[in-house]
Design a protein around this ligand. Sequence first.
Ligand code: G
Ligand code: G
Ligand code: MN
Ligand code: NA
Length: 250
Amino acid sequence: RRIERDLRQALEGGEGLRLAYQPLFADDGRTILGAEALLRWDHPVHGPISPSAFVPIAEERGLIVALGDFVLREACRTAREIDLPWIAVNVSATQLKEPLFPRRILELLRDHGLTPNRLQLEITEGVLLEATDSVAQALEQIRALGISVALDDFGTGYSSLQYLHRYPVDKIKIDRSFVLNVAASEQAQALVKAMVDVARAFDMQVVAEGVETSLQRDRLVQLGCGQLQGFLFAEALRVEDLRHIIAGHG
Ligand code: G
Ligand code: G
Ligand code: MN
Ligand code: NA
Protein backbone atom coordinates (compact mmCIF):
# COMPACT_ATOMS: atom_id res chain seq x y z
CA ARG A 1 0.00 0.00 0.00
CA ARG A 2 1.03 3.50 -0.76
CA ILE A 3 0.41 4.76 2.77
CA GLU A 4 2.68 2.06 4.14
CA ARG A 5 5.48 3.07 1.78
CA ASP A 6 5.06 6.74 2.66
CA LEU A 7 5.06 5.97 6.37
CA ARG A 8 8.24 3.94 6.01
CA GLN A 9 9.79 6.86 4.20
CA ALA A 10 8.62 9.36 6.82
CA LEU A 11 10.13 7.17 9.55
CA GLU A 12 13.45 6.92 7.75
CA GLY A 13 13.73 10.54 6.77
CA GLY A 14 11.99 11.86 9.86
CA GLU A 15 9.89 14.08 7.64
CA GLY A 16 6.25 14.91 8.23
CA LEU A 17 6.04 13.02 11.51
CA ARG A 18 5.94 15.08 14.69
CA LEU A 19 4.41 15.12 18.12
CA ALA A 20 1.86 17.54 19.53
CA TYR A 21 1.51 17.94 23.27
CA GLN A 22 -1.76 18.32 25.15
CA PRO A 23 -1.30 19.42 28.76
CA LEU A 24 -3.13 17.91 31.72
CA PHE A 25 -4.25 20.24 34.48
CA ALA A 26 -4.86 19.95 38.20
CA ASP A 27 -8.45 20.42 39.39
CA ASP A 28 -7.80 24.14 39.84
CA GLY A 29 -7.87 24.24 36.05
CA ARG A 30 -4.63 26.23 35.97
CA THR A 31 -1.70 24.17 37.20
CA ILE A 32 -0.10 22.12 34.44
CA LEU A 33 0.80 18.68 35.77
CA GLY A 34 2.22 17.11 32.64
CA ALA A 35 1.40 16.56 28.98
CA GLU A 36 0.27 13.80 26.63
CA ALA A 37 2.22 13.28 23.42
CA LEU A 38 0.00 12.88 20.36
CA LEU A 39 1.41 11.74 17.05
CA ARG A 40 0.83 13.88 13.98
CA TRP A 41 1.60 13.10 10.35
CA ASP A 42 1.54 15.77 7.73
CA HIS A 43 1.52 13.76 4.55
CA PRO A 44 3.32 15.50 1.67
CA VAL A 45 0.33 14.98 -0.66
CA HIS A 46 -2.73 14.13 1.44
CA GLY A 47 -2.07 16.61 4.23
CA PRO A 48 -2.66 15.77 7.90
CA ILE A 49 -3.57 12.11 8.53
CA SER A 50 -4.96 11.07 11.94
CA PRO A 51 -3.09 8.47 13.99
CA SER A 52 -6.36 6.56 14.27
CA ALA A 53 -5.98 6.03 10.51
CA PHE A 54 -2.27 5.22 10.21
CA VAL A 55 -1.40 3.61 13.56
CA PRO A 56 -3.49 0.51 12.69
CA ILE A 57 -1.67 0.32 9.35
CA ALA A 58 1.66 0.59 11.14
CA GLU A 59 0.55 -2.23 13.45
CA GLU A 60 -0.45 -4.42 10.55
CA ARG A 61 2.65 -3.76 8.49
CA GLY A 62 5.21 -4.28 11.23
CA LEU A 63 6.09 -0.60 11.55
CA ILE A 64 4.62 0.08 14.97
CA VAL A 65 7.75 -0.68 16.95
CA ALA A 66 9.82 1.77 14.89
CA LEU A 67 7.02 4.32 15.01
CA GLY A 68 6.56 3.85 18.75
CA ASP A 69 10.28 4.24 19.27
CA PHE A 70 10.21 7.54 17.39
CA VAL A 71 7.35 8.73 19.60
CA LEU A 72 9.10 7.71 22.82
CA ARG A 73 12.35 9.34 21.74
CA GLU A 74 10.70 12.62 20.76
CA ALA A 75 8.56 12.67 23.90
CA CYS A 76 11.58 12.14 26.16
CA ARG A 77 13.53 14.82 24.34
CA THR A 78 10.71 17.32 24.83
CA ALA A 79 10.18 16.42 28.49
CA ARG A 80 13.82 17.15 29.07
CA GLU A 81 13.95 20.22 26.86
CA ILE A 82 11.06 22.10 28.43
CA ASP A 83 11.38 20.59 31.88
CA LEU A 84 7.99 18.88 31.97
CA PRO A 85 7.12 17.15 35.26
CA TRP A 86 6.04 14.16 33.16
CA ILE A 87 5.13 13.13 29.65
CA ALA A 88 2.44 10.58 28.78
CA VAL A 89 2.91 8.42 25.69
CA ASN A 90 0.29 6.21 24.01
CA VAL A 91 1.57 2.69 23.43
CA SER A 92 0.03 -0.20 21.54
CA ALA A 93 -0.27 -3.86 22.47
CA THR A 94 2.38 -4.82 19.94
CA GLN A 95 4.90 -2.55 21.63
CA LEU A 96 4.12 -4.05 25.03
CA LYS A 97 4.58 -7.56 23.69
CA GLU A 98 8.06 -6.70 22.42
CA PRO A 99 10.37 -8.49 24.90
CA LEU A 100 12.95 -5.71 24.79
CA PHE A 101 10.42 -2.92 25.40
CA PRO A 102 11.07 -2.30 29.13
CA ARG A 103 14.80 -2.28 28.53
CA ARG A 104 14.45 0.11 25.62
CA ILE A 105 12.41 2.53 27.74
CA LEU A 106 15.07 2.52 30.44
CA GLU A 107 17.70 3.20 27.82
CA LEU A 108 15.76 6.16 26.42
CA LEU A 109 15.19 7.60 29.89
CA ARG A 110 18.86 7.31 30.66
CA ASP A 111 19.88 8.84 27.31
CA HIS A 112 17.69 11.85 28.05
CA GLY A 113 18.58 12.18 31.70
CA LEU A 114 15.04 11.50 32.91
CA THR A 115 13.99 9.62 36.02
CA PRO A 116 11.28 6.96 35.46
CA ASN A 117 8.62 9.07 37.18
CA ARG A 118 8.90 11.53 34.28
CA LEU A 119 7.28 9.01 31.91
CA GLN A 120 3.76 7.64 31.83
CA LEU A 121 2.45 5.08 29.37
CA GLU A 122 -1.16 5.16 28.18
CA ILE A 123 -2.78 1.94 27.11
CA THR A 124 -6.38 1.41 26.03
CA GLU A 125 -8.75 -1.15 27.45
CA GLY A 126 -8.46 -2.87 24.10
CA VAL A 127 -4.88 -3.73 24.96
CA LEU A 128 -6.05 -5.58 28.07
CA LEU A 129 -8.86 -7.24 26.14
CA GLU A 130 -6.31 -9.17 24.11
CA ALA A 131 -3.77 -9.24 26.90
CA THR A 132 -1.47 -12.20 27.13
CA ASP A 133 0.91 -13.21 29.88
CA SER A 134 3.62 -11.26 28.11
CA VAL A 135 1.55 -8.08 28.29
CA ALA A 136 0.82 -8.62 31.97
CA GLN A 137 4.51 -9.25 32.57
CA ALA A 138 5.55 -6.14 30.64
CA LEU A 139 3.12 -3.98 32.62
CA GLU A 140 4.44 -5.39 35.85
CA GLN A 141 8.04 -4.75 34.83
CA ILE A 142 7.30 -1.24 33.66
CA ARG A 143 5.54 -0.30 36.88
CA ALA A 144 8.31 -1.89 38.93
CA LEU A 145 10.73 0.44 37.18
CA GLY A 146 8.74 3.40 38.49
CA ILE A 147 7.05 4.28 35.21
CA SER A 148 3.34 4.77 35.68
CA VAL A 149 0.63 3.32 33.50
CA ALA A 150 -2.69 4.95 32.64
CA LEU A 151 -5.76 3.22 31.26
CA ASP A 152 -7.02 5.38 28.39
CA ASP A 153 -10.64 5.66 27.16
CA PHE A 154 -11.73 4.16 30.47
CA GLY A 155 -15.28 2.84 30.62
CA THR A 156 -15.64 2.13 26.92
CA GLY A 157 -14.32 -1.43 26.92
CA TYR A 158 -15.85 -4.56 28.34
CA SER A 159 -15.64 -5.68 31.98
CA SER A 160 -13.12 -2.96 32.74
CA LEU A 161 -13.42 -3.68 36.44
CA GLN A 162 -12.15 -7.23 35.97
CA TYR A 163 -9.12 -5.89 34.18
CA LEU A 164 -8.24 -3.51 36.98
CA HIS A 165 -7.98 -6.47 39.24
CA ARG A 166 -5.82 -8.49 36.94
CA TYR A 167 -3.73 -5.68 35.48
CA PRO A 168 -3.22 -2.97 38.09
CA VAL A 169 -2.61 0.54 36.73
CA ASP A 170 -1.80 3.88 38.32
CA LYS A 171 -4.34 6.06 36.61
CA ILE A 172 -7.60 5.92 34.70
CA LYS A 173 -8.64 8.37 32.02
CA ILE A 174 -12.42 8.64 31.95
CA ASP A 175 -13.43 8.58 28.30
CA ARG A 176 -14.84 11.77 26.88
CA SER A 177 -18.14 10.10 26.01
CA PHE A 178 -18.94 10.26 29.76
CA VAL A 179 -17.68 13.82 30.06
CA LEU A 180 -19.89 14.94 27.18
CA ASN A 181 -23.13 14.69 29.21
CA VAL A 182 -21.82 15.16 32.70
CA ALA A 183 -23.14 18.70 33.08
CA ALA A 184 -26.75 17.82 32.25
CA SER A 185 -27.33 14.13 32.82
CA GLU A 186 -27.69 12.64 36.30
CA GLN A 187 -26.90 9.25 34.86
CA ALA A 188 -23.63 10.46 33.42
CA GLN A 189 -22.82 11.97 36.82
CA ALA A 190 -23.55 8.66 38.51
CA LEU A 191 -21.24 6.86 36.10
CA VAL A 192 -18.40 9.31 36.69
CA LYS A 193 -18.92 9.07 40.43
CA ALA A 194 -18.81 5.26 40.24
CA MET A 195 -15.53 5.41 38.31
CA VAL A 196 -14.04 7.85 40.83
CA ASP A 197 -15.08 5.54 43.68
CA VAL A 198 -13.49 2.54 41.97
CA ALA A 199 -10.32 4.54 41.38
CA ARG A 200 -10.14 5.46 45.07
CA ALA A 201 -10.60 1.84 46.10
CA PHE A 202 -7.75 0.81 43.79
CA ASP A 203 -5.59 3.77 44.74
CA MET A 204 -5.57 5.15 41.22
CA GLN A 205 -5.53 8.73 39.98
CA VAL A 206 -8.44 9.95 37.87
CA VAL A 207 -8.28 12.05 34.72
CA ALA A 208 -11.34 13.38 32.93
CA GLU A 209 -10.55 13.79 29.23
CA GLY A 210 -12.35 15.77 26.58
CA VAL A 211 -13.44 18.56 28.92
CA GLU A 212 -14.88 21.29 26.72
CA THR A 213 -17.09 23.48 28.93
CA SER A 214 -16.79 25.12 32.33
CA LEU A 215 -20.03 23.42 33.43
CA GLN A 216 -18.46 20.04 32.72
CA ARG A 217 -15.32 21.11 34.56
CA ASP A 218 -17.21 22.22 37.66
CA ARG A 219 -19.18 19.01 37.86
CA LEU A 220 -16.13 16.80 37.26
CA VAL A 221 -14.18 18.55 39.99
CA GLN A 222 -17.13 18.21 42.34
CA LEU A 223 -17.29 14.49 41.56
CA GLY A 224 -13.62 14.10 42.48
CA CYS A 225 -11.68 14.05 39.21
CA GLY A 226 -8.22 15.21 40.21
CA GLN A 227 -6.87 15.84 36.72
CA LEU A 228 -8.46 17.49 33.72
CA GLN A 229 -7.66 17.47 30.02
CA GLY A 230 -9.55 18.97 27.12
CA PHE A 231 -10.11 21.81 24.71
CA LEU A 232 -11.47 24.03 27.53
CA PHE A 233 -7.92 24.22 28.86
CA ALA A 234 -5.68 23.50 25.89
CA GLU A 235 -5.60 21.54 22.65
CA ALA A 236 -2.56 19.57 21.50
CA LEU A 237 0.20 22.15 21.10
CA ARG A 238 3.54 22.55 19.42
CA VAL A 239 6.50 22.39 21.80
CA GLU A 240 7.11 26.14 21.62
CA ASP A 241 3.50 26.91 22.52
CA LEU A 242 3.54 24.47 25.41
CA ARG A 243 6.77 25.96 26.67
CA HIS A 244 5.15 29.35 26.47
CA ILE A 245 2.08 28.53 28.56
CA ILE A 246 4.20 26.63 31.09
CA ALA A 247 6.29 29.76 31.50
CA GLY A 248 3.03 31.51 32.35
CA HIS A 249 2.62 33.68 29.28
CA GLY A 250 -0.50 31.65 28.31
O1 G B 1 -4.83 12.93 18.51
P1 G B 1 -5.90 12.21 17.83
O2 G B 1 -7.33 12.43 18.23
O3 G B 1 -5.77 12.34 16.36
O4 G B 1 -5.62 10.69 18.17
C1 G B 1 -6.40 9.69 17.65
C2 G B 1 -6.05 8.39 18.32
O5 G B 1 -4.67 8.04 18.06
C3 G B 1 -6.18 8.47 19.84
O6 G B 1 -6.86 7.30 20.27
C4 G B 1 -4.79 8.45 20.33
O7 G B 1 -4.68 7.81 21.56
C5 G B 1 -4.03 7.70 19.25
N1 G B 1 -2.64 8.10 19.24
C6 G B 1 -2.14 9.35 19.19
N2 G B 1 -0.79 9.35 19.23
C7 G B 1 -0.43 8.05 19.33
C8 G B 1 0.84 7.38 19.44
O8 G B 1 1.90 7.97 19.47
N3 G B 1 0.80 6.00 19.50
C9 G B 1 -0.35 5.30 19.48
N4 G B 1 -0.28 3.95 19.54
N5 G B 1 -1.56 5.90 19.39
C10 G B 1 -1.59 7.25 19.32
O1 G C 1 -7.66 8.22 22.74
P1 G C 1 -6.90 9.44 23.23
O2 G C 1 -7.45 9.94 24.52
O3 G C 1 -5.43 9.28 23.30
O4 G C 1 -7.24 10.57 22.15
C1 G C 1 -6.70 11.81 22.23
C2 G C 1 -7.40 12.65 21.20
O5 G C 1 -8.49 13.35 21.78
C3 G C 1 -6.48 13.70 20.62
O6 G C 1 -6.48 13.59 19.24
C4 G C 1 -7.07 15.00 20.98
O7 G C 1 -6.98 15.93 19.92
C5 G C 1 -8.52 14.66 21.27
N1 G C 1 -9.05 15.59 22.26
C6 G C 1 -8.38 16.13 23.29
N2 G C 1 -9.17 16.96 24.01
C7 G C 1 -10.38 16.95 23.40
C8 G C 1 -11.62 17.62 23.68
O8 G C 1 -11.77 18.38 24.62
N3 G C 1 -12.64 17.35 22.83
C9 G C 1 -12.52 16.50 21.77
N4 G C 1 -13.59 16.31 21.00
N5 G C 1 -11.37 15.84 21.49
C10 G C 1 -10.31 16.07 22.30
MN1 MN D 1 -4.35 8.94 25.24
NA1 NA E 1 -8.91 8.72 25.20
